[in-house]
Design a binder for this molecule. Sequence first.
Ligand SMILES: *Cc1c(COP(=O)(O)O)cnc(C)c1O
Length: 403
Amino acid sequence: MATVTQTPDLHGHFGPYGGMFVPETLMSALHDLAAEYERAKTDPAFQDELAALLRDFAGRPTPLYLAERLTNRLGGPKIYLKREDLLHTGAHKINNALGQILLAQRMGKRRIIAETGAGQHGVATATVAARFGCECVIYMGKVDMERQGLNVARMKFLGAKVVPVTAGQATLKEAINEAMRDWVTNVRTTHYILGSVLGSHPYPMMVRDFQSVIGLEARRQILEREERLPDLLVACVGGGSNAIGLFHPFLDDRNVRMVGVEAGGEGIRTGKHAARFQGGRLGVLQGTKTFLLANEEGQIELTHSVSAGLDYAAVGPEHSYLRDVGRIEYTYATDDEALNAFKFLSETEGIIPALETAHAIAYLVKQAPKMKREEIVIVNCSGRGDKDVDQAARHFGLKEKSK
Ligand SMILES: *Cc1c(COP(=O)(O)O)cnc(C)c1O
């Protein structure tokens, strides 16, 4: 039997999920991208250049930090944080953006476009575009632009054009639609740096591979520190790139449990959430077949999360597959739980996490007291919370509510 790590197949299928559900006009660009990526993967010059950029520009390897006070407060297992929040631009997104801009250079594409939700991927993309002197256009929902003003300003300073998208819910899904429309029109000169393990093949595979550096490092680091593998890995799941990046190098280690934490918003029963595995269904969205939040007619439902980076109707196809085969478990944390975890980690460890990351911490707060002291947990600290301080301050009444 094939192991779960031998996916996807040549056409991007993870079991029944994934694939290439795109307009005809994009097929040749996607095939070119897949072919270029296959060549790059085995080209030492590409791998060396990427490794040097990850080290000297982005700040890898990131530390695996023993969170002692958090461990003591929760009274359960030993807790390690994989510190992706310490990376340049403040989150794991830069790992993927660097890999993809190098591919774009190899393909001779000097115009870069991307979508962004929280703005972290937009900032990472604008950063690598500036580093390589490329023209850069970022599509962002107008609602997200309002809640993430700091990141909008950062992208502009980095020389990117930020295009507000007002259609529909004016968040991430609509921004991806606009970016895809741009790509169809300008595909010969333009590379689309997709920000998570979503979209058509080869993106879910390629983004996973670029993010797997997280898990490869964490595996080496924990073996060095503890001389054994962890019992549990925890990560938040928007599209699922930071989670699969940590999990993938451990998939064949049968004794390592893995939990992905989705956005429970205001609660599953209210319908105001973005937890695709709680009441979601099989469908096709933006190039891929996967679990998504849609009604019986297949229309995409409105999603909600306090965290813009988790507020999306579909989850990466590999996650749907790994859930079906029982390798990864998925749960959710609500807005309130995440906000409390945001405050808790800040006070306990001196680390202000992104609100996305705070969902993983919220799960840990519930789970750790049920675990044994000799167990070991690694939580992916996917990003830092500077961008969210304003929003959290308003929630906790440290600042007047503006709306
Ligand atoms: C974008 C983002 C996420 C969600 O995206 P994934 O692809 O699920 O990782 C999580 N954490 C942070 C800090 C982010 O910026």
